[in-house]
Design a protein around this ligand. Structure first.
Ligand SMILES: CC(C)(COP(=O)(O)OP(=O)(O)OC[C@H]1O[C@@H](n2cnc3c(N)ncnc32)[C@H](O)[C@@H]1OP(=O)(O)O)[C@@H](O)C(=O)NCCC(=O)NCCS
Length: 181
């Protein structure tokens, strides 16, 4: 669904108001579904993998959800949350490692919620949390053919530091990207 149709369907005027919060256990199935939508087979996580990453030592998961006012349909005093309203707009899993390096394990914004700044807010908030936890830099891997993600990370001052051949189980190479915090 294109952005205008999405906005119309959900009653948004010119943007999506959202807030970040900590992951809760009941979010898990939604997060896994978002990950399945965001990544191709071979890159998307199984439920077991996603659950294991979320539980890693030093890991934290932030989710973005629409605020009540963000979901209010103009001129409509009826229920704000409808059956079709998106429950979550994206999430990020990051980890503070013992080397003092932050690691972004995944950042996922479903296609209907992209280009509204959700990914940027998730990334900036995770980076801030890593900085507070004394990480001097942050790194992540992304598929070499993921042009959207590469543009997104470039916009956020990440640099490619190396390539890992056949990193993903579908045989695609990964770039390792890094940013000083
Ligand atoms: C990458 C991703 C997280 C970006 O989330 P988002 O909420 O759309 O990002 P933002 O709206 O904050 O984008 C900020 C800027 O990044 C750049 N950008 C983001 N997506 C882009 C794309 N597909 N193509 C080109 N530039 C892009 C733009 O400069 C954008 O600013 P603009 O919209 O004003 O032009 C999202 O596309 C996604 O989840 N993709 C699938 C999963 C994935 O690839 N994750 C990253 C690998 S781990």
């Amino acid at each position: 669904m294109g952005r205008p149709e999405y906005l119309k369907r959900h009653g948004y005027n010119n943007g999506v108001e959202f807030a970040l919060r900590e992951f809760r256990r009941e979010d898990f199935e939604s997060l896994w579904r978002i990950d399945q939508e965001c990544f191709a087979p071979g890159i998307a996580y199984s439920r077991l993998e996603l659950a294991a990453y979320i539980r890693l030592r030093g890991a934290f998961t932030l989710v973005a959800e629409p605020t009540a006012s963000g979901l209010k349909k103009p001129g409509n005093s009826g229920p704000r949350f409808t059956e079709n309203s998106p429950k979550l707009l994206g999430f990020i899993v990051a980890q503070v490692t013992r080397r003092g390096v932050g690691h972004i394990l995944t950042i996922d914004v479903p296609s209907a919620s992209r280009r509204f700044g959700v990914g940027s807010r998730l990334l900036a908030t995770a980076e801030e949390r890593l900085r507070v936890a004394a990480c001097h830099s942050v790194e992540l891997e992304t598929a070499v053919d993921n042009a959207g993600a590469l543009a997104f990370y470039k916009r956020h001052q990440y640099c490619v530091v190396k390539t890992i051949p056949r990193y993903y189980t579908n045989g695609v190479d990964a770039f390792v990207l890094e940013k000083e915090l």
